[in-house]
Every structure is written in C-alpha cells, then in structure tokens.
Design a protein around this ligand. Structure first.
Ligand SMILES: Nc1ncnc2c1ncn2[C@@H]1O[C@H](COP(=O)(O)OP(=O)(O)OP(=O)(O)O)[C@@H](O)[C@H]1O
Ligand SMILES: [Mg+2]
Length: 252
C-alpha cells in the first residue's frame, strides 16, 4: 500500500544553519501524526517543505506516490495538501465568509479573480462549501463578522478553516492551539477529532495534552533531526525523548 505522504531525508539549510537535517516521515491515510520538539527544532521548516512553501535543499516528498518536491504551494495545494499557519494569515478587514472564499476559489482555479465576492453564487457549489466549512469550525453564526473582530480562539479556528476550504486530503496544522485558553484548546481538540473522519492530519503542537490526546504517531525533532518516531506509548517510554524534550518529567 502506498503511503499518503512520504518525506525522504529532507534537509533545509539557511546559509550556514541546517534548520532541518535529513528528516523523514511516512503518513498513512486516516491517521493523525504529531510533530513535536523544542523551539527552533525545525518543525515549521519541515512542514513548509511538505506543503511546497519552501524547497528542500536535499531530499524528496511524494504524495500518493507522486513526486511533489519543488512544485510550489499552489500546485501542491491543488493536489490535496492544505496547511494552516503558525502566524495567522487571515485578512482582518474582510468578513469571515470572505476569508474562507479566497482559499476555496484559489484551490479550484489556481488564483482568484477581481470579481471574487460578486461571483460566489455563480461558482458551482462554492456557497455550500463555505457554509459547510464555517459550520465545521463552529463559526456558522459569525459569517458576516469582520475577521479582525473575532475572539482569539475563533481566529485560530478560522485559520484552520482557510486550509479546510481548499478541501485537502492531507491537512497540516502548525500549532493550532497556541496561545489559547483551556476552553479554547478543548474546542480545538474536539474540532480536530471531528475532522479526522474526513481528512488525514499532521499537527505541530507544543501542548502535550493535545498531542497525546490526538496523535496515532508522534515524531520528535531536535536540532533539525528526528530523534524519535512511534506511537504515543513508545514516545512516552523513550529515554532520549524524556531527556531531550519532556525534561524527564516522569522521574521527578
Ligand atoms: N527563513 C529562514 N531563514 C533563516 N533561518 C530560518 C528561517 N526559517 C527558520 N529559520 C531557522 O531555522 C531553525 C528552525 O526554525 P523553525 O521555525 O522551523 O523551528 P520550529 O521547530 O518551528 O520552532 P517553534 O517551536 O519556535 O515554532 C531556527 O533556528 C530558525 O531561526
Ligand atoms: Mg514553528
């Protein structure tokens, strides 16, 4: 069986700095994989290479067995990989609906036209897709609100919605729960649990309750390299991970 996504020995150098050092990952369809590691470990850089946002210095990515290295974010998105960003990409002066329309149209056409908002009703299925996306992220009743006026947790869910609106087969979420209150984190975890029925997910996250509550597989990065990969139980038991990242918390 072909894996949904396969990243082989990805390396990214920025000048003299090796941000990602021969990191590999295989993602099976229908799973949630979490990517963890200290600040600066290379998680976001690795993620950006999966989504085609940046090109690896070395290594290759395949999606459903097809090489996608170097295709660029627009083509990778149209093939079925959607990504939410660690730093939010929403337009504060546009409404929630308008924010979702942009990636929905971009994924279909490769780019959106100047008449984008006037044409919503004329693009087949677009209004339904936007309504379904807003319902999924729990913002159905906030459709006409300016995105800048949303609460913080709502903005982060909208950020997930921007990726969902491209109808991905693989959803990449970079720290979806960052900066959230416990109640907002619980809502986000519930949202991701609902999404797992329809889309394969890879998530970068610092909150260990979120990671261990959601993930089927966990990959641990440090200094750009993968230091461990396995089930949550295997990661919990891994001496190197506990020393490097979990701070030996269980030994206290
Ligand atoms: N565009 C860039 N140019 C130069 N250096 C970069 C660039 N992007 C990332 N880096 C560096 O690469 C390393 C890995 O950064 P990255 O953002 O991937 O880490 P991260 O694991 O996502 O960290 P965090 O948990 O803080 O989000 C860091 O040292 C960072 O400063
Ligand atoms: Mg990051």
């Amino acid at each position: 069986m072909t894996a949904l996504l396969e990243a082989r020995e990805l390396t990214k150098r920025f000048g003299g700095l090796t941000a990602v050092d021969r990191a590999s990952l295989t993602v099976e369809e229908g799973t949630i994989t979490a990517l963890i590691g200290p600040n600066g470990a290379g998680k976001s850089t690795f993620f950006k290479m999966l989504a085609g946002e940046i090109e690896p210095t070395e290594g290759a990515v395949t999606f459903r067995g097809r090489p996608i290295t170097g295709l660029g974010v627009a083509r990778v998105c149209r093939l079925g990989i959607g990504k939410s960003h660690q730093i939010t990409q929403i337009f504060p002066n546009l409404t929630v609906t308008e924010n979702v329309v942009i990636p929905a149209l971009a994924a279909r056409r490769g780019s959106f036209r100047a008449d984008v908002f006037g044409s919503i009703r004329r693009v087949d299925g677009l209004a339904e897709l936007v309504a379904r996306t807003l319902a999924e992220i729990g913002l159905g009743d906030r459709a006409g609100v300016r995105a800048g006026e949303l609460a913080y947790g709502e903005k982060r869910r909208l950020e997930i919605g921007l990726a969902l609106a491209t109808q991905p087969q693989l959803l990449l979420l970079d720290e979806p729960a960052a900066g959230m209150s416990p109640a907002e984190i619980a809502e986000t975890v519930a949202l991701i649990q609902r999404l797992r029925a329809e889309v394969t997910i890879v998530i970068v996250e610092h909150d260990m309750d979120v990671v261990f509550g959601l993930a089927d597989r966990i990959m641990v990065m440090q200094n750009g390299a993968t230091i461990a990969y396995g089930t949550p139980e295997e990661i919990r038991a891994d001496a190197r991970v506990r020393e490097a990242y979990l701070g030996g918390a269980d030994d206290a």
